[in-house]
Design a protein around this ligand. Structure first.
Ligand code: PMP
Length: 356
């Protein structure tokens, strides 16, 4: 008997491997450093605003997320019709591919990078074109520009790159954009934007204002510490933002998510101070690792990359034993989030014990 069959490409969708939760061990606190989360909980004022909104959860959310659009527009000094909010910035990646790619169209991205890229591309029956990173974990932007063909509709640039850590500079982005034809959409995935501390950081807003083919994707999950609420936003020229809104999941951003995001933007200065503390911890960790002889790439997000190759699984196991959960990428390396100082101390301890 015949049974309903999904499109053939559905079977090809790679699995998304979520970061493992901390192991529960008697007498030992274990820290989750496997999902690049913010170790700080939402601010009390954010929690309070959400608690008040919970009483309206019998109603659908404002589908237009009107107040959130207004707050984002005011905060980032962009017109509200240049914005699109979504169920996390991963929702935006799906929507971008869906809105811009026909089956067989090509999407170029660096590899290794954010694992949701090939998932979103395959789900849309488009074709992933993976351009290897440089040995130091940076994007090879010249090779990415050279990989653009007549079938290319979208290029995804992840800066800082998850999982390796380096960020691209404004000069590099400008040179790249000069090489990419104007009909190709260039997505700058700025999920970790607030953690960047380089001499020539990308100014996404100034860049999208100069280019009709540039879209920025951003999130409340990382610097703002709202990963559980699932809210991200894109900044783009009006026609691109409109296309994103057109393919968005109706009511995809819940009332509590909208309220939490607005309350966080209202407390942005305080949240950015926490980011500063995490950046200081990142500096401490990276310097500590280098002192111990680990050659880790430049870390511009809230995580550090260990290119361990075949020793990755052993490293993850040794981390588990010390009460930290890292994110292994089999045969390639391990990504470890910057967490509470105690968790970071354990990572340094692991780096001392584990043979380089
Ligand atoms: N982009 C990058 C580079 C990421 O690392 C992540 C989360 N791991 C996302 C986007 C998606 O984040 P969210 O859906 O929580 O906004």
């Amino acid at each position: 008997m015949s049974s309903p069959q999904p499109r053939p490409n559905v079977a090809d969708i790679p699995p998304y491997v979520a970061g493992k939760p901390p192991a529960v061990r008697p007498g030992m606190v274990s820290y989750k450093l496997s999902s690049n989360e913010n170790p700080y909980p939402p601010l009390p004022g954010v929690v309070e605003a959400v608690q008040q909104a919970v009483g309206q959860m019998n109603r659908y959310p404002d589908m237009g997320s009107t107040a959130l659009y207004a707050k984002l527009a005011e905060t980032f000094e962009v017109p509200a019709d240049h914005l699109s909010v979504a169920t996390g910035s991963v929702g935006l990646i799906y929507q971008l591919v869906q809105a811009f790619c026909d089956p067989g169209d090509e999407v170029v991205f660096a590899w290794r990078s954010f694992e949701a890229y090939p998932i979103a591309v395959t789900a849309a029956a488009a074709t992933s074109v993976r351009v290897p990173l440089l040995p130091d974990g940076r994007h090879d932007l010249d090779a990415m520009a050279a990989a653009v063909t007549d079938r290319t509709k979208v290029v995804l640039v992840c800066t800082p790159n998850n999982p390796t850590g380096p960020a691209i500079t404004q000069a590099e982005l400008d040179a790249f954009l000069a090489q990419v034809p104007g009909h190709v959409l260039v997505v700058v995935d700025e999920a970790y934007l607030e953690f960047v501390r380089t001499d020539d950081p990308v100014d996404g807003i100034a860049t999208y204002r100069r280019h009709d083919n540039v879209v920025l994707t951003r999130t409340f999950s990382k610097a703002y510490g709202l990963a559980g609420f699932r809210v991200g936003y894109a900044v783009a020229p009006a026609p691109i933002a409109a296309a994103l809104r057109a393919v968005s999941l109706p009511f995809g951003v819940s009332t509590v998510a909208q309220v939490a995001a607005i309350a966080s933007l209202e407390r942005r200065a305080e949240l950015l101070e926490r980011v500063e503390a995490l950046v200081a911890e990142r500096t401490r960790v990276v310097e500590g690792l280098r002192e111990r002889g680990w050659d880790v790439p430049d870390a511009q997000g809230n995580f550090v990359w260990f290119g361990l190759g075949e020793r990755t699984a052993d490293f993850a196991l040794a981390a588990d034993e010390l009460g930290i959960v890292v994110r292994p990428f089999a045969g390639e390396g391990a990504r470890v989030s910057i967490g509470e100082p105690e968790a970071n101390d354990r990572l340094l301890d692991l780096a001392t014990r584990f043979p380089r």
